[in-house]
Ligand binder design. Structure first.
Ligand code: GDP
Ligand code: IMO
Ligand code: MG
Length: 425
């Protein structure tokens, strides 16, 4: 398999974890390049479920190198909880196969406190963040006051940076948000208390990837969130704080973009979104409830019910354009079973015009009207299907119609949560 980037092509939770786990079998290195533990990536192997928030979804495969790139924001406390829990399940999570870039920014307790205080303070216009400190950590990175993983080897630097950061943040927390301030000494103790457990993982991620490629090994980049949560290209301001498009695989790991051979967009056969923001095909009716129930659409990170709606080909067309998708992996099509009619949004109506791509202005997506095409549903159980030709003809038609609408080949069709429940075309 060539070097491959996995991208969520909707608003997250498309099934990236499942597809990364499956493709990790034929890759050598799996690397996260953006986002943090706002992600919840679910893998199911023989019915046993694992949910990963910070560690790459290649970790269940023996001997595969798993890396956390510079573009990620890492909560070191969550990282250790996750390694502990994986180790209890007999997995090797030692620095022999798991690495963190020296340049990865750290999410510290004050980022989490600020994220939550800020959301609580807002009367309206809440983003509905995951409350994991993602935005405040990226803010510090861009403000050039962040702590990076390599700083953990330098206690004096940790002390100075935490004290300086809290000078500012405690004013905000106390005076504006009416929240509890944080004690700098306590935070410093907490951070230095885990430093010795994190520093062995420090890795030159760019160097390891380059060396692996030189040896003919294959790299798999694991995206988090989805294209329409991208801080530039998503439904701003209802987005996350990182770039989620494929280009970030290059900047977030220190590898030239010419090394990214395949760009696979993961797309759910319908659409979901957690948190606030426009969602043209959202269904606030019995069909929406059906999708939520049948698809178990409750957040893997926060447990929140996901908003559900019909498949939106306009959103996917935009993702194909923004990411240069070479293929799509279509997931959860089994969930559509027993719906008599399946609708796909093929274009939007916006200010009286029919448009093929989302309008560009802030929140303009909230003003579009979806134009639907109806396709016949299916009632057969497809969860054990192994070949495209074995799928009911109405399922094949749905897939082929989506290919025509996006002009991207659907290379994988996932028919259940388990690693094995995947049709490779
Ligand atoms: P991610 O964030 O993109 O990795 O996706 P999540 O793990 O948050 O959510 C996807 C959910 O759908 C998980 O519970 C998966 O186990 C499940 N899943 C993935 N693919 C399929 C599929 O083809 N069919 C069904 N029924 N469930 C799936
Ligand atoms: P995975 O990788 C779905 C959403 C949040 C919120 C917005 C901003 O599992 O697909 P943040 O905490 O990032 O500042 O929240 O982004 N969000 C996700 N939605 N899946 C995710 O990750 C998400 N990560 C963030 O719900 O609307
Ligand atoms: Mg998820």
């Amino acid at each position: 398999m060539a070097n491959t980037v996995i991208i969520g092509s909707q608003w997250g939770d498309e099934g990236k974890g499942k597809i990364v786990d499956m493709l990790a079998a034929t890759s050598d290195v799996v690397v996260r390049f953006q986002g943090g533990n706002n992600a919840g990536h679910t893998i199911a192997v023989n019915g046993k479920q694992t949910i990963l928030h910070t560690i790459p979804s290649g970790i269940l495969h023996d001997g595969k190198t798993c890396l956390i790139g510079n573009g990620v924001v890492l909560d070191p406390f969550v990282f250790l909880q996750e390694t502990d829990s994986l180790a209890e399940n007999g997995l090797d999570v030692s620095p022999r196969r798991l690495g963190i870039s020296h340049k990865t920014h750290l999410i510290l307790p004050y980022h989490v406190a600020l994220d939550r205080a800020r959301e609580a303070y807002k009367a309206g216009g809440k983003i509905g963040t995951t409350g994991r400190g993602i935005g405040p950590c990226y803010e510090d990175k861009v403000s050039r006051i962040g702590l990076r993983a390599s700083d953990l080897a330098n206690p004096d630097l940790v002390r100075t940076k935490v004290r300086q950061a809290l000078l500012e943040k405690n004013v905000l927390l106390q005076s504006l948000y009416k929240a509890e301030p944080l004690d700098p000494d306590k935070v410093i103790d907490q951070v230095l208390g885990i430093a010795d457990r994190i520093t062995p993982y420090l890795t030159d991620v760019s160097g390891v990837i380059q060396e692996s490629m030189r040896m003919g090994k294959k790299i798999l980049w694991e995206g988090a969130q989805g294209v329409h949560l991208d801080v530039d290209h998503g439904t701003y301001p209802f987005v996350t704080s990182s770039n989620t498009v494929s280009g970030c695989a290059s900047t977030g790991t220190g590898v030239g973009p010419n090394n990214l051979d395949r760009i696979i967009g993961i797309a759910k056969a319908y659409t979901t979104r957690v948190g606030s923001g426009p969602f043209p095909t959202e269904l606030n009716d019995a069909t929406g409830d059906f999708l939520r129930e049948q698809g178990h659409e409750f957040g893997a990170t926060t447990g929140r019910p996901r908003r559900c709606g019909w498949l939106d080909a306009v959103i996917l067309r935009e993702s194909a354009r923004l990411c240069g998708l070479t293929e799509i992996a279509l997931t959860k099509i089994d969930v559509l079973r027993n719906l008599p009619v399946l609708k796909i949004c093929v274009d939007y109506r916006y200010k009286g015009q029919r448009i093929e791509y989302p309008p560009q202005g802030e929140n303009a997506l909230a003003e579009v009207e979806p134009i639907y095409e109806e396709l016949p549903g299916f009632s057969e159980d497809i969860s054990t299907c192994k070949h495209f030709d074995g799928l009911p003809s109405n399922v094949q038609k749905y897939i082929q119609r989506l290919e025509a609408l996006t002009q991207v080949r659907i290379a994988y069709v996932s028919v259940g949560p388990d690693r094995e429940q995947t049709i490779i075309r």
